[in-house]
Design a protein around this ligand. Structure first.
Ligand SMILES: *Cc1c(COP(=O)(O)O)cnc(C)c1O
Length: 378
């Protein structure tokens, strides 16, 4: 295929200027043989904890493992319920299921696509043990009311911050408001490895220690296993790469914010597009720039035909995934999440986007929306 006029994501553009430093990172890994865990992981952990404003960070193999091990370290297990958002990537719910607990979905606030605190409170039962707010698209969930509900009911709060590196809620960074914050460094995230990686951040030393033990087969000393764990270590090479890329994270986030503001301007006055909204007191880091449109699938296909590549995050809300049919949610049970899944469209968003590309995206989108449904004449 030809290069699209505007790709959805361009990781090569992000890595090209860093190539000499990334090659040096590989040399350092080869020279030291510190491949699985080890000193480079420890260094990145302290750098990332400092970036977030947390006391501890524990590097693991992925964001999915971060959520899973945070839940396990808090003692969430069989018979427990964990309330989360249906507007998320499957991993949030899978982690709950893999602990032996049951995910319970509460509806979202349609303006921010994050958990509606009132819906969370309504979903609490005697079995509820924890809440996982998801900071979707780069904007944090409404944490103050969620934390207040958790305190009232004695629940743990684990933030799914996999899309929100550096996002803020009244000046506090994602991952530091709940008991633990979980991050993914999947290549396309705002901070991405050149493979898989993740981390749990927390201020609680016992919790950090528990996650660190679980990621290493439950061992506290080599071949002495205090509990059943797993192999969920972070790679030394990924930690080296992440230390290099962490230096550019704040600038990357600022560029995303500028691009978002430009999209807002270019799309203003187009009544068929609902632009993303940022709630009062929150700093959005635009992992994704997500608009709502009617007839979304036609718009997506027509833009792709014109070389503007968009995404859908996510086309099926988690409560309606076939994998969770056993939970018996019906269509219509979480209407805001379901309407979101029908309407959301993620426009190209990455720090290296050019001004001309932003203009092209907005122009093509407005043009597609201004035309009546194309008649398919065969
Ligand atoms: C990416 C992501 C995850 C999972 O992270 P991985 O590193 O891919 O395992 C979990 N939750 C959300 C919201 C994500 O975007």
């Amino acid at each position: 295929m030809h290069h699209p006029a505007v790709p959805f994501l361009d990781l090569r553009a992000a890595h090209e200027p860093l190539r000499p430093r990334l090659r040096a990172a590989l040399d350092e890994a080869l020279d030291s043989s510190a491949f699985a865990g080890g000193p480079f992981v420890e260094r990145f952990e302290s750098e990332f904890a400092r970036f977030c404003g947390a006391r501890h960070a524990v590097g693991v193999g992925s964001g999915t493992e971060a959520i899973w091990l945070a839940l396990a370290a808090l003692g969430v297990g069989s018979g427990d319920e964990v309330i989360t958002s249906p507007a998320t990537f499957m991993a949030t719910a899978e982690a709950i299921t893999f602990c032996g607990a049951t995910p319970v979905f509460a509806d979202i606030d349609p303006r921010t696509h994050t958990l509606d605190p009132e819906a969370v409170e309504a979903a609490i039962t005697p079995r509820t043990r924890a809440i996982i707010p998801v900071h979707l698209y780069g904007q944090m969930a409404d944490m103050d009311p969620i934390l207040a509900i958790a305190r009232r009911h004695g629940l743990r709060v684990i933030e799914d911050a996999c899309q929100a590196h550096g996002a803020e809620y009244h000046g506090r960074r994602a991952g530091t408001l709940g008991d633990a914050g979980c991050f993914s460094f999947y290549p396309g995230k705002n901070l991405g490895a050149i493979g898989e990686a993740g981390a749990v951040v927390t201020d609680q030393p016992e919790l950090a220690e528990a996650v660190a033990t679980l990621r290493e087969h439950g061992q506290t000393r080599k071949y002495h296993h205090r509990r059943i764990g797993w192999n969920a270590r972070m790679d030394g090479l990924q930690a080296l790469v992440l230390s290099v890329k962490l230096e550019g994270l704040s600038e990357g986030n600022q560029r995303r914010q500028l691009h978002a503001r430009r999209y807002d301007e270019l799309l203003a006055g187009a009544p068929e597009v609902v632009a993303p909204s940022t709630a009062e007191g929150r700093t959005h880091v635009f992992h994704l720039y997500v608009v709502r449109v009617a007839d979304r699938d036609r718009v997506l296909a027509e833009l792709a035909r014109r070389g503007v590549m968009c995404g859908i995050h996510y086309p099926v809300p988690v409560h309606l995934q076939p994998a969770y049919r056993g939970l018996c949610y019906r269509e219509g049970s979480l209407p805001h999440a379901e309407q979101g899944a029908r309407e959301v469209l993620s426009l190209p968003m990455f720090p290296e986007l050019a001004a001309s590309q932003l203009e092209r995206v907005a122009h093509e989108l407005r043009d597609v929306l201004a035309r009546p449904v194309r008649l398919e004449l065969t």
